[in-house]
Design a protein. Sequence first.
Length: 388
Amino acid sequence: MLGQTFEILYISEEARMGIVRIAGWLRLASETRELDPAFGRQVTSIIDNIDKILTLEQLSQKEINLLLRARKVIKAQVMALALIGRNYDAAVRHTDEIEQILSEIAHLAVAHRLDVKEKGKIAIAATRNRFVFALALVLVAVGFIIIAQRVEFSRRRDEYIRSFSLLHAHMTRSRIVALRLFHDYFGKQPSPSPGMLKAAQDAVKELEGITNGLMRIANSERDLRTEPLGKLLQEPRGALDTHIRLEIHDNAKYLQVPGTQVRLIVEELVNNAMTAVRGKQNRQVTIGARLLNRRFLFARRLLIEISDNGRGMTSDILDKAATPFFSTRGGSHVGLGLTGCIEMVSAMRGSVKITSTPGIGTVVRIVLPVNPAGWQSDDRVPSPLLPG
């Protein structure tokens, strides 16, 4: 558009200068009665210039009409009067009209150029405003996502705090009541009996164990130390029962895993399994671990499986087992519970699947991604099969 504007200005100015020359020749001819021989070529050149302008696309109807008027006047009036050799003064007056037309064409072209330039500025400003608006929307969306994530994080944190508070209250209430009864009894008796004193001491030890266990659970996510999986899975066998069987594949034995988190999960599930097989003559608890094969481009995954041949669970009990603080056993046990296990595995970007059949047993399968963010390797432990 701006290129055509400059072309109109250039051609119209060239035509206008030609008209000025023709007017000068006509004034001289009115005195001498002799017309310059170049007159005809100049008129033809002016007509050609007008025709060039008429071929341009950006002309308005007003400009087209003015150019057609100038073309008609220069051919029918100026050229005709000059060629018959009289009325040179009348021809001069017609050149003034043509010059005025060409000047107006140039003025309209300049106005059009300014209009195009202004429209360009408006278009640039509109584009910039749209970009700023789109950027603002993106920032608002990002801000909303961040706020939503912070709210969700705060909500989950509050739920964890509430869960730990309820867990602590749930586990300590009965023992505190017992200690209160012991205190009242001791206040009325000159000296406590050995049995009552031992019960009070046991309650204090249980409360201390509960507190230490809850502190261990609460601080587990901050502990980033890793341990070889094979060594970690050996611990329940040595601490609990010789009926625990280990089936750890070589490709998982030296895998470095988050020690505290995995230990808490395994301890809870093994304790549940040992409770389930209690009283059976052929009781058996199996701890298995192996690396699963890759699926397409997915990273390798670690499978930890704890199974038992205990009494099993019905579907109703299995559904309740994942609810907070549900337990089929009493005592002073302090652990995650199945709910805590599932939450901790989820925090490690893994999954838990539980299958149980009454009278046959229970199998808990935990699948964890290998080497996610936060899993570190310990170069002191040989790990030829550690996946990269």
